[in-house]
Design a protein around this ligand. Structure first.
Ligand code: E4P
Length: 217
């Protein structure tokens, strides 16, 4: 499973990238707003850092305007994935932009039917939002499994990009289901390293090493 980082925070991307944890980056208008930077500038900086796909989202809602914005975003760098919302207009924009050879990430997916439509419209990535479904007492991971089954049934090559990930558990469950990619905030990726027994075991080893005067010189 590829790891995308869900942030526009350059320092956080650099830190994870140095460890080989960044196969791509996703942003959205909320994350760009949080960065306090110009969308074109910050996105260019991310594209210069990361070789993999960098999703940048349109803010128009009508297909023609989304296509114009998408073309402008695609000019930032060769690794831009144009992000469009899963509306009928977004699907129209996806068809045109993917037909022009761009990577397109169809976002705000909350149902298997929406994912089916995005695949047929030529999406490179479909972004089902796990956490926001869980917030409504629904099971976001069930949606990932349903889309996996549907795409495998018919050989769609649209990649499942599990999004709105809130916990380390979401990451391992997505990997078990077979999501192609998971995009998570930096803190969630870092939390994947945590285990209480690792902390406890390390504390014991260090105590014993100190008692025995073990030194590696
Ligand atoms: C990524 O592409 C999405 O925009 C993001 O994962 C949404 O996450 P959130 O539901 O935590 O805002």
């Amino acid at each position: 499973m590829k790891f995308f980082v869900d942030t526009a925070d350059i320092d956080a991307i650099k830190e994870l990238h140095a460890l080989g944890m960044v196969d791509g980056v996703t942003t959205n208008p909320s994350l760009i707003a949080k960065s306090g930077r110009n969308i074109l500038e910050v996105t260019k900086e991310i594209c210069d850092l990361v070789d993999g796909p960098v999703s940048a989202e349109v803010v128009a809602t009508e297909a023609g305007a989304m296509i114009d914005e998408g073309r402008k975003l695609a000019q930032i760098a060769g690794n831009i994935a144009i992000k469009v919302p899963l509306t009928w207009d977004g699907l129209r924009a996806c068809k045109v932009l993917s037909g022009e050879g761009n990577m397109v990430n169809v976002t705000l997916c909350f149902s298997a039917n929406q994912a089916l439509l995005a695949a047929k419209a030529g999406a490179t990535f479909i972004s089902p939002f796990i956490g926001r479904l869980d917030d409504l007492n629904l099971d976001g991971l069930d949606l990932i499994a349903d889309i996996r089954q549907i795409y495998d049934n018919y050989g769609f090559d649209t990649q499942i990009l599990a999004a709105s990930i809130r916990s380390a558990n979401h990451m391992s469950e997505c990997a078990k289901i077979g999501a192609d990619v998971a995009t998570a905030p930096p803190a969630v990726i870092q939390a994947m390293a945590d285990h209480v027994l690792t902390d406890k075991g390390l504390a014991t080893f260090l105590k014993d090493a100190e008692k025995a005067g073990i030194k590696i010189v």
